[in-house]
Ligand binder design. Structure first.
Ligand code: NAD
Length: 698
C-alpha cells in the first residue's frame, strides 16, 4: 500500500511511500491515494487535525519526470486535484518534512496549513532547470507565505534552500529534531482548535516584488532557454494582479504550454540520460562496486593536480606521485592556491578548506600507490612512459586495485597488456579542468573485468562526476566526434565563412563556445599534434591547412595571446583582420570561389557531422546508447542542455531531414567526409528515431 493511515488521540496520520525518493507519481497512485485518505480523515468525527508524512530519508523529491513524456495531459491533473481537495477540507493539515521537499513535493507541502521540517531539510522548486514552472500551485502559494520578492528568487533560480533559511522567510512554521513526525503530531494538537490556515487565504506581500520581478526578467536567458523563467515570473505576477484563482489559472496554462515545448523536452532528456548512463547495459546491477576508500595519482601535471582536487572535494584521501620534484612542488602550490581562493571567495569554509588540503598527500615514490583502491595514471602522453608506469604498478599496486589511465589518445588495451592483470585496467578520461568538468569517460578495455568497470562507475559517482562508458577507439566518444565537428568548421572557412561567423552561429545555436574559440582556449598545439599523426596514418585524406598555418605562426590560442583571435584585452577574443586575410588567401590558393554561407548551414554542417559520427560510434558499439553520447556532449563539450544532446536533437529535427542534408553535403566540396552512417540510413528509412535505441533509459 503506497499510503497508510491511522489515528492517534484525535490526530489522523497519513504516511505515503514511493521509495526511494517518494515522487508524487500519478501512475503509482500516490496523489490519488493521499486524496482518498484526506477525505476519509476529514469526514471522521474522531479526527481534529491531520499530519501528512512520508517514509524514507526524504519527504518527496517531486514529480516523476520519467512520466512527463508518456502522457503530458494526465501529468498535473491528479496533483492539482489533490490541492483542490486540500483546499476544501475542514480540518487543518500539518506537513512533516524530513530530508527535503522539492518541486511537486514542496507544492504538496505548500497546500497544507502548516509545515514543520528537520534541520537538514532542503526545500526548493527546481522546475525551471527542467524548462518548466511549478504547475500545482507553487507560483501562487509560495508568494503568499514568503512574499513575492523571496518567491521570485526561489522559483527563478530553481535552487533549494536549507530549513533554517526556509523558516526565516516564512516557508516553514517550525524546525524539528530527529523525530519530525512525533513533533508534527504534537504541533497538530496545539493548532487543531484554530481550524484551517490555508496558504491561499494569506495576504500577499508585494514589498520589493516589482523590482525583483524586473531584475529577474532582465537576468533570464534570452530566447527559448529563458522561456521557463519568464513563464514563472508571469505566473507570479498574474497572482499579484488577478488574485489567487486568476494566478492559478495562469500558472496551469503556462505549465501546460511549457511541458510540451522543445527546451523542456531537451532538458528532460538530458536529466534522465544523466541518470541512465550509470545503468550500464549488460553490467549486473548487483555488482555495485564497493566504495573507493583511497586514491593514488601518478603524474602531478595539469590533469593529475585537477583530479586530486576533485577526489579531495569528495572527501577521499589521495596521494599525488611524480618522478619530478619540481613538478610535485608546482602541484602542491597549485592545490594550495585553488583551495585558498575558494576559501577567500566564500565557496568553502576555512575548516572545509583545511580538511581538503589535509586529504591530499604528495610523494616522489611510486611505491606510495600501496593501499590505494584506485590508481590513476596521468603522466606524459607517451606510450613508453605509460609502459614504464604500468609495469611498476603491476608490481606495486594492491591486488584488486583499479588501475586507470587518463590517456586521451592511446590504446587502453595496449596499456593493459603492460600488466599481468589487464582485467583491472580501465581508462578514466577526465576533462580539463578536472576539478570542475563533470564528465568522465570510463573506457572499458577488451579485458576489463565487470567488477573493475562497476568500481570505476561507483568511483565516478563518489567524486560527483557523470561517468559515461566508452569502448576503446581513437578519441573515445567525445573527441572522435569533435574531430568531425572541427573538420566542418575548417572546411566552412575554406568555402567562405570567417572564424567569427562560425563561432557566432554555433553560439547562437547554444554551444557554450564556438569551435574555433574552443580550440583557442584548449591550445592549438594539441590539435596540431593530432593532425600531424593523422597525416601519417591517413595520407589520402585531404585536410584543411588553415589551423596548421596558424600554429606555424606560433599562434596557439589564448595561452600565446593569439590564435584565431587576439587576446590582448583581459583575455576577451578580438577579431584579427590578419586572420580574415589568411582565411581568404587560403581559399584562393585552393582555387575556391568564396560564397556567402548562412548561419543555418553552419549549424547543420557542424551538428550533423556530430550526428553522423555519433551513429557510427553506435554501430561500432563504442557507445551503448544514443543517450550516452548525448550525456558526453552536454557535460563535456558545452552542447546546449536544452537541446538534449546531438542525437536527441537529430530525432527532434527528424532523421529523414538530417539524412537528406547529409546526402546533399556529400555531393559538395570535401563531400568524402559525409558518407552517411548505415545506422542513420536504416533508422531514417524505418521512420524510427535514435531514441528507440535508448531502451527504457530516456
Ligand atoms: P602534464 O605534462 O601536465 O603532466 C604530466 C606529469 O607526469 C608531469 O608532472 C611529469 O613530471 C609526470 N611524469 C612523467 N613521467 C612520469 C613517471 N614515469 N612517473 C611519475 N610521473 C611522471 O600532462 P597533463 O596535461 O596533465 O596530461 C597527463 C595525461 O592526461 C596525458 O595522458 C594526457 O593525454 C591526458 N589528458 C590530458 C588532458 C588535458 O587537457 N591536458 C585532458 C584529458 C587527458
Amino acid at each position: 500500500m503506497p499510503v497508510k493511515t491511522h489515528i492517534e488521540d484525535g490526530v489522523g496520520i497519513i504516511v505515503f511511500s514511493n521509495p526511494p525518493l517518494n515522487p508524487i507519481s500519478a501512475s503509482a497512485g500516490i496523489p490519488q491515494a493521499i486524496e482518498a485518505a484526506l477525505r476519509a480523515l476529514d469526514a471522521d468525527p474522531q479526527v481534529n487535525a491531520v499530519v501528512l508524512a512520508a517514509e524514507g530519508r526524504m519527504f518527496s523529491a517531486g514529480a516523476d519526470i520519467a512520466e512527463f513524456d508518456k502522457d503530458p495531459a494526465a501529468i498535473a491533473a491528479p496533483a492539482r486535484r489533490l490541492d483542490d481537495v486540500l483546499d476544501g477540507l475542514t480540518k487543518p493539515v500539518i506537513c512533516a518534512i524530513q530530508g527535503g521537499a522539492l518541486g511537486g513535493g514542496l507544492e504538496l507541502a505548500l497546500a497544507t496549513d502548516y509545515r514543520i521540517a528537520t534541520a537538514d531539510a532542503k526545500l526548493g522548486l527546481p522546475e525551471v532547470t527542467l524548462g518548466l514552472i511549478p504547475g500545482a500551485g507553487g507560483t501562487q502559494r509560495l508568494p503568499r507565505l514568503t512574499g513575492v520578492a523571496q518567491a521570485v528568487q526561489l522559483i527563478s533560480s530553481g535552487k533549494a534552500i536549507g530549513a533554517a533559511e526556509a523558516r526565516r522567510i516564512g516557508l516553514l512554521d517550525a524546525l524539528a529534531g530527529d523525530d519530525v513526525r512525533a513533533e508534527a503530531i504534537a504541533y497538530a494538537r496545539s493548532v487543531a482548535a484554530d481550524g484551517r490556515r490555508r496558504s491561499r487565504d494569506r495576504e500577499l506581500s508585494n514589498a520589493g516584488g516589482p523590482d525583483v520581478l524586473a531584475e529577474a526578467r532582465g537576468k533570464a536567458p534570452r530566447g527559448a532557454p529563458g522561456d521557463a523563467v519568464r513563464g514563472a515570473l508571469d505566473a507570479i505576477e498574474a497572482g499579484v494582479i488577478l488574485g489567487f484563482d486568476g494566478g492559478l489559472k495562469a500558472e496551469y496554462d503556462i505549465f501546460d504550454r511549457l511541458l510540451v515545448s522543445e527546451p523542456a523536452r531537451g532538458l528532460r532528456h538530458a536529466f534522465l540520460a544523466e541518470r541512465a548512463v550509470a545503468r550500464v547495459p549488460g553490467l549486473d546491477p548487483a555488482l555495485n562496486g564497493d566504495p573507493v576508500r583511497s586514491v593514488a595519482i601518478i603524474g602531478s601535471g595539469t590533469m593529475g593536480t585537477g583530479i586530486a582536487l576533485a577526489v579531495a572535494q569528495a572527501g577521499l584521501p589521495v596521494t599525488v606521485i611524480d618522478a619530478n620534484a619540481a613538478a610535485l612542488e608546482r602541484s602542491r602550490a597549485s592545490v594550495e592556491g585553488t583551495i585558498t581562493r575558494a576559501v577567500e571567495r566564500g565557496r568553502l569554509t576555512q575548516a572545509a578548506g583545511l580538511a581538503q588540503r589535509a586529504l591530499i598527500g604528495f610523494s616522489l615514490d611510486i611505491a606510495s600507490v600501496r593501499g590505494a583502491d584506485v590508481v590513476i595514471e596521468a603522466v606524459f602522453e607517451d606510450i613508453a612512459v605509460k609502459q614504464q608506469v604500468f609495469e611498476a604498478l603491476d608490481l606495486l599496486a594492491d591486488e584488486g586495485a583499479v588501475l586507470a589511465s587518463n590517456t586521451s589518445t592511446l590504446d587502453v588495451d595496449r596499456i593493459a597488456a603492460f600488466t599481468s592483470r589487464p582485467q583491472s585496467v580501465i581508462g578514466m578520461h577526465f576533462f580539463s579542468p578536472a576539478n570542475i568538468m563533470r564528465l568522465l569517460e570510463v573506457v572499458r578495455g577488451e579485458k576489463t573485468a565487470p567488477q573493475t568497470l562497476a568500481r570505476a562507475m561507483t568511483f565516478a559517482k563518489q567524486i560527483r562526476k557523470v561517468g559515461v562508458v566508452s569502448g576503446v577507439c581513437d578519441g573515445f566518444i567525445g573527441n572522435r566526434m569533435f574531430e568531425e565537428y572541427l573538420r566542418q568548421a575548417y572546411v566552412l572557412l575554406e568555402e567562405g565563412a570567417l572564424p567569427q561567423q562560425v563561432d557566432a552561429a554555433m553560439e547562437a545555436f547554444g554551444m557554450a563556445m564556438g569551435p574555433l574559440r574552443t580550440m583557442d582556449l584548449a591550445g592549438q598545439d594539441i590539435g596540431w599534434n593530432i593532425r600531424k599523426r593523422r597525416a601519417v596514418e591517413q595520407p589520402d585524406r585531404p585536410y584543411s591547412r588553415i589551423p596548421d598555418i596558424i600554429c606555424e605562426m606560433g599562434r596557439f590560442g589564448q595561452k600565446t595571446g593569439a590564435g584565431y583571435y587576439l587576446y590582448g584585452n583581459g583575455g576577451k577574443p578580438e577579431v584579427d583582420p590578419a586572420i580574415d586575410a589568411l582565411v581568404v588567401e587560403q581559399s584562393h590558393r585552393l582555387g575556391i570561389t568564396r560564397r556567402s554561407i548562412s548561419d543555418e548551414e553552419i549549424v547543420e554542417r557542424c551538428v550533423y557531422a556530430l550526428v553522423n559520427e555519433g551513429a557510427r560510434i553506435l554501430e561500432d558499439k563504442i557507445a551503448a546508447r544514443p543517450l550516452d553520447i548525448d550525456t558526453v556532449w552536454v557535460n563535456g563539450y558545452g552542447f546546449p542542455r536544452f537541446r538534449g544532446g546531438p542525437m536527441f536533437y537529430a530525432d527532434r529535427v527528424g532523421l529523414p531531414q538530417v539524412l537528406s542534408r547529409i546526402e546533399a553535403f556529400a555531393g559538395a566540396y570535401q563531400g568524402w567526409a559525409w558518407r552517411p552512417a548505415d545506422l542513420l540510413c536504416r533508422a531514417a528509412g524505418a521512420g524510427t528515431g535514435f531514441g528507440t535505441l535508448n531502451g527504457d533509459g530516456a
